[in-house]
Design a protein around this ligand. Structure first.
Ligand SMILES: Nc1ncnc2c1ncn2[C@@H]1O[C@H](COP(=O)(O)OP(=O)(O)O)[C@@H](O)[C@H]1O
Ligand SMILES: [Mg+2]
Length: 368
């Protein structure tokens, strides 16, 4: 199915909604994009809520957040439509990831929960919306994450080159694309920006360390880095996925409790942790990798790019822009693509990535 689709994405950073209007022919072409940043009090509320810090009735608050976010996701979709200069009636559907508030794919009752009511998105835009992509994969015994590798495979794989796609959002995930092969793998490597953002909020009073300048001004502390890398998640074999539930501010505070360091050194060490855990994952799982394509907000962190280059001297590092999709919009484009797969009746998950028993058609469809 060719045509126009909209992808709406907000990841673990909870920074706001990325909206992409995409034409598939069948390769994706980004026609317009829009970022709707969350008002700071809403981001604060989401971060508290996701961390389990709330007073009062949690169900009431979840319901209200679901509705409020549904309205914001719809607003982001309408904004990207108005930038796109195409008629709304030409758009087949919206694919909305929603906002993850909890991700617990392991345990007695595994679940993952994304909110931003798709009924509201459909009602406000008049467009069919596909949403709730992850839970079908969890129902098949999978992690429900990452879901972008199928898209990375469709768009970024190349005959003759072993590639890795690295998405540095709040959490970082990688997709390993062997040359010309179908044996795609992928998993969450651990923290992307989530710990650096938490540290930036607490000591710089800024949402993030712009371009990694503060990290670059500090010195990596080897003792702290080893303590952080000792976390069992880094040593678990894939399939695996993680979130703020694990790499939380509490996790960071506990690790920092034993060590008094200048703030810049902590930032340098957290940046190093992200670089090192990504590089280790590539070297362990796909040492033949020749080319690394970076996307997500972390692509703007120059210090992180420098450290990744240091750890992967034999790889060509570039952002996905050189391969046709700007790094800020890869995930939103991926959810437009996943909506297209769903409407075409094709599976969107890769069992080799999520650990699901089989490929399944993902998402619920909310018809216009
Ligand atoms: N100029 C920048 N310098 C450093 N980091 C940046 C910059 N721009 C964005 N980021 C990082 O990217 C994050 C957002 O990335 P994004 O891909 O949207 O993550 P998510 O998918 O988790 O929402 C921000 O929270 C911040 O950490
Ligand atoms: Mg984001």
């Amino acid at each position: 199915m060719n045509g126009y689709f909209i992808g709406l994405m907000s990841g673990t950073s909870a920074d706001g909604v990325d909206a992409a209007l995409v034409e598939f022919s069948p390769a994706p072409r980004l026609l317009a994009s829009h970022f709707l940043s969350y008002p700071p009090p809403l981001q604060q509320q989401l971060l508290h809520f996701a961390a389990g810090h709330y007073q009062g009735d949690a169900v009431d608050q979840l319901g209200a957040l679901d509705t409020e976010l549904g309205g914001l996701f719809a607003e982001a979709a309408l904004a990207v439509i108005s930038k796109g200069e195409i008629s709304k009636s030409d758009i087949s559907a919206i694919g909305s990831h929603g906002q993850t508030v909890r991700h617990r794919p392991k345990g007695k009752h595994p679940f993952t929960l994304q909110i931003a009511d798709p009924n509201i998105i459909t009602a406000c835009t008049g467009l069919t919306t596909v949403a709730d992509f992850r839970r079908r994969d969890v129902a098949q015994g999978g992690e429900g994450a990452p879901l972008v590798p199928a898209f990375h495979h469709a768009v970024f794989s190349a005959i003759g080159e072993h590639r890795a796609v690295v998405n540095v959002g709040g959490i970082a995930n990688i997709t390993l694309l062997p040359a010309g092969g179908n044996a795609v793998s992928g998993f969450d490597t651990g923290p992307g920006n989530v710990l650096m953002d938490a540290w930036s909020r607490s000591c710089l009073r800024q949402p993030y360390d712009a371009n990694g300048v503060f990290a670059a001004s500090g010195k990596v502390d080897a003792v702290l880095l080893d303590a952080l890398l000792a976390d069992a998640y880094f040593h678990r074999p894939p399939p695996k996925s993680t979130g703020r539930e694990h790499f939380s501010e509490t996790w960071l505070t506990e690790k920092l409790a034993t060590r008094k360091l200048p703030a810049a050194d902590v930032m340098a060490t957290l940046c190093e942790l992200t670089a090192r855990s990504i590089a280790d994952a590539i070297q362990r799982q796909a040492p033949q990798t020749m080319s690394v394509l970076i996307c997500g907000g972390g692509a703007h962190n120059a210090q992180l790019g420098k450290r990744l280059t240091g750890y992967l001297p034999h790889c060509m590092l570039s952002t996905t822009e050189a391969f046709g999709v700007h790094p800020d919009w890869v995930e939103a484009v991926a959810f437009a693509w996943l909506a297209r797969e769903t409407l075409a009746g094709r599976p969107g998950n890769l069992p080799s990535v999520t650990g699901a028993q089989r490929p399944v058609v993902l998402g619920g469809i909310y018809p216009a």
